[in-house]
Design a protein. Structure first.
Length: 382
């Protein structure tokens, strides 16, 4: 065969691949793999071409998007592609076709790669991007291994200071990728951390775990509700995942080194959501005090994000049915430290008609950082 699809690349995920070629076009159809979990969304693979292949175009066919979490509006999908030696770029809007039985497929026509092209649902973010963040902020962020994952991979925490025991420096604890395929959350957190680095020693004390579900990241899992336990639903006491045990103990150390001010978790929503970035609010009927602590911060973040990035409404109550009813990160942040603790959802592809690039994700992250630091200053009367 003149074309092959490989998923043994970083963050690889692809299944049910079918390749059909003729002299003018090659059709490559595929699905995202659930990797043993109940949901699928993330895909990432390499399309390789043999030198003798003469096809002028490749027809990428994503089969049955309705099986993806939030995949019901495939016209909003904008995956990314990277040809050998080139940078990632967004694909355009797909052609959406419906079959007689109601199944659908999203189709993109791409140029045939000279050698290979990598395709992913959104811009990947892993250890190389984390290392680049540290390098490009001139070593502002100190990297420490605070433990290991259930499969033995290092859990990396960034910090701009260790603080001092009993210190009063305001502190933020930031995480992302509890659902390992939600890479847009990583890019927004990246922008947040880059802005903090510009503040130098005047910044709040920030501890951050950008790649919480590192096993899922490296394995190419989507990670939403994955077995044995969704990372974001494992925050009970005692915790239901070893990683969460490590994180909780690190947060307890963080509490001793600063004055806790906020805890934020960066996520991504369903596959096709384009209304904008938004904040999940605690349910006021069951957690009124937690809700009230978050709503004020959320309103300021919405103001800083502006209509360009923020959904309307920006605050949404997370009252949907979960496969696990154990506490999330945001609930733990509130009960353990009595601080605003919440999740921000960041779309995979677009806000309304604006296509999201890595630069735009970072800009949104910078605006969020400015917003939460602004709330801190107002709280302190500065």
């Amino acid at each position: 065969m003149s074309f092959t699809v490989q998923n043994n690349t970083p963050y690889g995920n692809v299944a049910d691949v079918c390749i059909e070629s003729n002299e003018s076009i090659t059709k490559v159809s595929f699905r995202p793999h659930p990797h043993g979990g109940p949901e699928c969304l993330w895909f990432c693979f390499r399309l390789c071409k043999e030198p003798q292949e003469q096809s002028r175009k490749v027809r990428l066919v994503l089969k049955n998007t309705q099986n993806m979490l939030g995949g019901g509006e495939p016209h909003n999908m904008r995956p990314v592609i990277r040809y050998e030696g080139k940078d990632w770029q967004r694909l355009g809007a797909p052609i959406v076709e419906y079959m007689l039985d109601g199944r659908n497929r999203a189709i993109w026509l791409i140029d045939t790669p000279e050698t290979f092209a990598d395709v992913a649902y959104c811009y990947p973010y892993g250890r190389p991007e984390l290392d680049k963040l540290i390098e490009e902020t001139s070593g502002y962020w100190k990297s420490d291994i605070i433990g290991i994952s259930q499969q033995g991979r290092p859990l990396i925490r960034l910090s701009n200071s260790y603080g001092v025991k009993g210190g009063n420096r305001p502190g933020f604890y930031l995480i992302s990728r509890q659902h390992s395929g939600e890479t847009s959350g990583s890019w927004v957190l990246d922008g947040f951390l880059r802005y903090v680095a510009t503040l130098g020693e005047s910044a709040p004390l920030v501890w951050s775990i950008p790649l919480t579900n590192i096993d899922g990241v490296e394995q190419g899992d989507y990670g939403k509700d994955n077995f044995p336990y969704d990372l974001n639903r494992a925050w009970a006491q005692p915790p239901m995942r070893h990683e969460v045990l490590v994180f909780q103990r690190d947060m307890q150390r963080w509490k001793q080194q600063c004055k806790p001010a906020a805890a934020i978790d960066f996520h991504a929503p369903g596959a096709c959501e384009t209304n904008g970035m938004y904040c999940f609010l605690p349910d006021p009927e069951t957690a009124r005090d937690h809700h009230d602590s978050v709503i004020n911060v959320a309103n300021i973040i919405a103001e800083f994000l502006g209509k360009e990035y923020a959904a309307d409404p920006f605050g949404k109550v997370a009252n949907y049915k979960s496969r696990w009813e154990t506490p999330s990160f945001s609930r733990y942040g509130w009960t353990a430290f009595n601080i605003p603790s919440f999740t921000i959802e960041n779309p995979y592809a677009m806000v309304k008609s604006m296509v999201l690039t890595r630069e735009k994700y970072r800009e949104a992250g910078e605006r969020i950082a400015k917003a939460v630091i602004s709330t801190l200053k107002k709280r302190n009367g500065n």
